[in-house]
Design a protein around this ligand. Structure first.
Ligand SMILES: Nc1ncnc2c1ncn2[C@@H]1O[C@H](COP(=O)(O)OP(=O)(O)O)[C@@H](O)[C@H]1O
Ligand SMILES: Nc1ccn([C@@H]2O[C@H](COP(=O)(O)OP(=O)(O)O)[C@@H](O)[C@H]2O)c(=O)n1
Length: 232
């Protein structure tokens, strides 16, 4: 069967990567978490001391070092889940911290950062057979994607899901801080000048506030089947 590109965009913490990962594994496609790439650049900035105390970023230094930032993914053979590497180091856990979440949206609003990452993402998808999730996949990275999904859920439900996830990993977090972070990132992501978060006109909207992980997985599989039949 002809391979397609599947773009999954939407608001923070609503389950995009969970459903994208599951589908990719089931249909034998490559899965790319584009948010992990913006998170890895942000972790690099934190480690290099590029944020001042007010959280402002030293854009000139970051721009000069963009070529020193190498991001890659490797499959964990036990979990069959992709793990993010920054310059050869496994940073999968560290990029999910609230510290990175609190700094990532301003970094992702920088035009030169987006230009560099979008180029890599487009390269990853040139053979198709890819599921990529993020904020601008259906609008900017792969506007020609055969299947586009836009996921949303209420901010409280999204924050609760993230809170439960961090707690399960043993990371300290307060529900209020997470909710504030989710709302603040949504605001910055939707209002930035370059490729703001928005539903592509031809994307299918999914509100998964009251869907289980299994139900949304099933729903996505059905959308995939419809899209592949349509492109046969
Ligand atoms: N339908 C759902 N119901 C409950 N929890 C969910 C659902 N979908 C995803 N989750 C959980 O919510 C958290 C955020 O999901 P994730 O896929 O990382 O979101 P995103 O990629 O949109 O940021 C994860 O802990 C995930 O297991
Ligand atoms: N394609 C993308 C993916 C993420 N991002 C940025 O990266 C941040 C982290 O993305 P993410 O997908 O890991 O976020 P969560 O929804 O998982 O919390 C987002 O809040 C955006 O600021 C983006 O600008 N474009």
């Amino acid at each position: 069967m002809k391979k397609i590109i599947i773009a999954i965009d939407g608001f923070s913490s609503c389950g995009k990567s969970t459903m994208a990962k599951d589908l990719a594994r089931e249909i034998g496609y490559i899965y790319i978490d584009s948010g992990a790439m913006y998170r890895a650049v942000t972790l690099y900035c934190i480690e290099q001391g590029l944020f001042d105390e007010a959280g402002n970023i030293d854009e000139e230094t970051l721009k000069a070092h963009m070529n020193d930032i190498h991001i890659s993914f490797q499959l964990n053979p036990e979990t069959q889940r992709p793990v993010t590497y920054l310059n050869g180091v496994n940073v999968e856990d560290r990029i999910r911290s609230l510290e990175v979440s609190s700094h990532v949206s301003p970094v992702a609003a920088l035009g030169f950062v987006r230009e560099a990452l979008v180029k890599q993402q487009q390269e990853m998808g040139k053979e198709k057979g890819i599921v990529m999730d993020g904020r601008d996949i259906g609008t900017a990275v792969f506007p020609e994607a055969e299947l586009k999904i836009f996921v949303t859920a209420s901010a409280e439900i999204r924050a609760q899901r993230r809170y439960d996830e961090l707690k399960a990993k043993g990371q300290e977090a307060s529900f209020e801080d997470i909710l504030r972070n989710v709302e603040e990132r949504d605001r910055i992501d939707q209002s930035r000048a370059v490729s703001p978060l928005r539903k592509a006109d031809d994307a299918i909207l999914l509100d998964n506030s009251y869907l289980t992980i299994a139900e949304q997985k099933e729903w996505l599989k059905t959308q995939f089947e419809k899209a592949t039949h349509a492109t046969c």
